[in-house]
Design a protein. Sequence first.
Length: 243
Amino acid sequence: MASGWLEHSFRLGNDGRAVTVGVGFFVFPASFMLPGPAPAAIAVTAFAILSALLLLGATRFGALRPFGAANAVTTVRVGLLALLIGSAADAAVTLTTWWPAALAGVALALDGLDGALARRLGTESRFGALFDQETDALLILVLTVALALAGKTGLWIVAAGLMRYLLLASGWIWPVLAEPLPKSRLRSGVCAVMVGALVLCLLPPVAPATANVFGAIALTALTLSFGKDLIWLLKSARGRKHA
């Protein structure tokens, strides 16, 4: 009986739909921690929308089953992200509590776990890399918007959250910029530093003046990293043109 239960649990855990539903069972009650019904409703709605996009993407890449432990961890991060979206709806109130910083801190810690699991289990994939990357990008956007709405930093901090989406929009206009980038430890490190700095800014004891300093340093690092990637894309396109 025990072995049958374990086998059934493994099958469920290896199915993207089951994992998403399971995370949803965590997000729904957790949303009631947020101040007021509106942020809670926004968090649940955000998770529903993000889940639909996740399942569509996994289906398109043929990654819905087997889904894998690494993607399951990233799905948990999506659940935390949905709660942070709800928090941002009333940022002036929620950022006076420790919840946003705690949620973002857990999401940051799990960011290192999903990649490590994929490498250890030999389940690295194009879908997993994109899933992780887009979750990071949306996390940065949500955190920067929350900080700006709460007045802990200037509106300029949102530029950090928009960089990824500006690059995607530019790629539609100029396909050269839509080419896949090679793996980069620098890029991953800068992303982690950016999120870490934003988590520090979310902490209630951190004053706006200090948060602006942290945010400016992290934004500078992120800008340099994006500039490096942009130069690589342009050089790569030039090399293919002359080949």
